[in-house]
Design a protein around this ligand. Sequence first.
Ligand code: FES
Ligand code: FES
Length: 213
Amino acid sequence: MNDLCDISLSRRSLLIAGALSATATTVPLTADAQPTPAPAPAPPSTAKFTFQVNGKPHTLEVDTRTTLLDALREHLHLNGTKKGCDHGQCGACTVLVNGRRINSCLSLAVMHEGDKITTIEGLGTPEQLHPMQAAFIKHDGYQCGYCTPGQICSAVAVLDEIKQGIPSHVSADLNAKPLLNAAEMRERMSGNICRCGAYSNIIDAMTEVAGRV
Ligand code: FES
Ligand code: FES
């Protein structure tokens, strides 16, 4: 009997305590007890830098999170360089930095102080095409053209890499000069995706230009 009383008492105490805590949560806070407002978010941090794009000096002040791709497209209005995935997976944003190709969507603009950037607009002009641009046209190295600026920038850099003797994953002998063949070119162009599937024509265009290197 005593045990039963104890159990019922403790259940009653529990219910009372629960009711009190529920009431406490619904009691409005007095002016003194208002929570401290969250601090205002800090303004974005910006930085100024100077670089050369297609032979011309530019000074930009941008949010430090701005990618090189967005700096080129949104700030300098060089829209030839395309944004495909924005994640380093398609190669549409390929540009040359001091002669080497990079995915501009994966690089922060402010890291390029003093760099020399070449975009598709800087390779050739409509009146005087770069040999790679002319070869892409001759060999139908594109269909919709969205990947093409990145493909052409990459193709120019690939021939230069082979010329410099830089090996790739398919180079049989890492110490020998890489062969200037389709397998080498395909491997080196594998980071540039073409949804239209113009791959074989792109290799034909590169092969023609390579013959002139
Ligand atoms: Fe840069 Fe796709 S947009 S790799
Ligand atoms: Fe259309 Fe390459 S030409 S994606």
